[in-house]
Design a protein around this ligand. Structure first.
Ligand code: K1U
Ligand code: ZN
Length: 175
């Protein structure tokens, strides 16, 4: 198990559309183990494969409370099969856009289809933080970031800030 580097805005790989997992093999299991370790180390409540540079449709999540024992969840090839008309708004953050939080409006309830690590298919409903987080993570598998759901003014401002920081960090390494 290893903590992997999390890609940060404006890394272009965050805009890739990830590929479906065809076979749940040892490489996928190792990726899931590393993603969980990376998510817990960050710390975060979710992570998609592309955030560690792997363009596979793999998502991990843990919505357990701080004082509870870990409840890791794994979603292979997750997809939304139904979304409610009713919307709800939650504050979102992203490990690829550190320390930036904004309210995002999304469908209040969704139905999901995914495979578990044994390749078994599941169809479940999600609401509350689970619905917010799984929609955020499925967006990652499609190259979509939560800042794509906020105003262009706010989005441009945050992209500019992170682009400037990345350039400054690069210059420091080269000096
Ligand atoms: O996908 C990601 O970048 C992870 C992201 C998930 C998420 C959070 C909130 C709303 C939607 C999706 C995060 O985990 S950001 C960090 C975070 O929320 C957190 C960190 C420590 C403790 C509790 C929450
Ligand atoms: Zn994110």
């Amino acid at each position: 198990m290893a903590v992997r580097e999390i890609l940060k805005l404006p890394d272009k790989r965050l805009r890739l559309v990830s590929q479906p997992v065809k076979k749940i093999d040892a490489d996928i299991r190792a990726l899931v183990d590393d993603m969980l370790e990376t998510m817990y180390a960050a710390p975060g409540i979710g992570l998609a494969g592309i955030q560690v540079g792997i363009d596979k449709r793999v998502v991990v999540m843990d919505l357990s409370k701080k004082e509870e024992t870990h409840k890791p969840q794994v979603f292979i090839n997750p997809e939304v099969t139904w979304a409610s008309e009713e919307k709800s708004s939650h504050e979102e953050g992203c490990l690829s856009i550190p320390e930036y939080y904004e309210e995002v409006e999304r469908p209040k309830e969704v139905k999901l289809r995914f495979l578990d690590l044994d390749g078994k298919a599941h169809e479940i409903s999600a609401n509350g933080l689970f619905a917010t987080c799984i929609q955020h993570e499925i967006d990652h598998t499609n190259g979509v970031l939560f800042i794509d759901h906020i105003s262009k003014l706010k989005r441009d401002r945050v992209i500019k800030k992170f682009t400037k920081a990345a350039k400054a960090a690069k210059k420091k390494v080269e000096a």
